[in-house]
Design a protein around this ligand. Structure first.
Ligand SMILES: CC(C)(COP(=O)(O)OP(=O)(O)OC[C@H]1O[C@@H](n2cnc3c(N)ncnc32)[C@H](O)[C@@H]1OP(=O)(O)O)[C@@H](O)C(=O)NCCC(=O)NCCS
Length: 177
């Protein structure tokens, strides 16, 4: 099977991604998860892995963000919304998508490191793809609640331009992803 990789504007490509997102995360499933009720940011860029017919097989969202680490401004990128169509899993597609996302961040030249959030049972998956656990505290914004401690998911980091921190306090200064 031949695949194509595209990196597209997040908002413009959302209609192409929404059916896959909604098939994997229907509201009744999300309602049972630790991150039920959390408002997430929209991706700035999206890595799309497509088959030769142009059908979407896998998606990785990229979020550009100026965060604070221990009170200091740092330009980082979030990675989130990692999705592979159910019938196309275990063929390395998410690995391809994640690698393309990290390559994209390296080309941007202003991104210090990447940060993602995942369920604890995905730590091994991302760990095998170069991410390491972030053991510090994470804060984020939520509508009506303001700044909250964001601990519904495990945080992991990946070096890009600089070595990512594994401790301290990261304030996302906005919605989580
Ligand atoms: C998590 C998820 C994105 C993984 O997608 P995927 O495309 O199946 O991922 P990959 O194929 O790259 O890797 C999955 C496993 O497939 C196997 N695999 C990878 N490449 C392979 C290849 N070329 N051939 C055969 N098997 C392969 C590996 O066992 C790998 O797991 P491991 O290396 O950690 O043991 C997918 O299961 C999914 O969409 N789940 C629902 C949504 C979700 O939970 N997203 C993550 C939120 S944090």
């Amino acid at each position: 099977m031949s695949i194509e990789i595209e990196v597209l504007n997040g908002d413009a490509s959302w209609p192409q991604v929404k059916p896959l997102h909604d098939a994997i995360w229907p509201p009744e499933v999300v309602a049972t998860l630790p991150w039920a009720g959390i408002t997430f940011a929209h991706a700035d860029l999206r890595v799309l892995v497509l088959d030769e017919a142009g059908d979407l097989l896998c998606h990785v969202g990229i979020y550009r963000r100026l965060v604070k680490w221990n009170g200091q401004n740092v330009n980082i990128a979030g990675i989130g919304g990692v999705l592979t169509r159910a019938d196309m899993r275990n063929r390395g597609l998410a690995t391809v998508g994640l690698n393309a996302a990290i390559q994209t961040l390296r080309h941007e030249d202003s991104i210090n490191y990447a940060l993602l959030f995942c369920a604890p049972d995905r730590l091994g998956f991302y760990g095998a793809r170069g991410f390491i656990p972030f053991d510090g505290d994470v804060y984020a914004e939520q509508p009506e609640k303001g700044r909250i401690r964001f601990d519904a998911l495990s945080a992991m980091v990946h070096d890009v331009k600089r070595t990512a921190p594994t401790r301290g306090t990261i304030d996302l200064c906005g919605l989580p992803w």
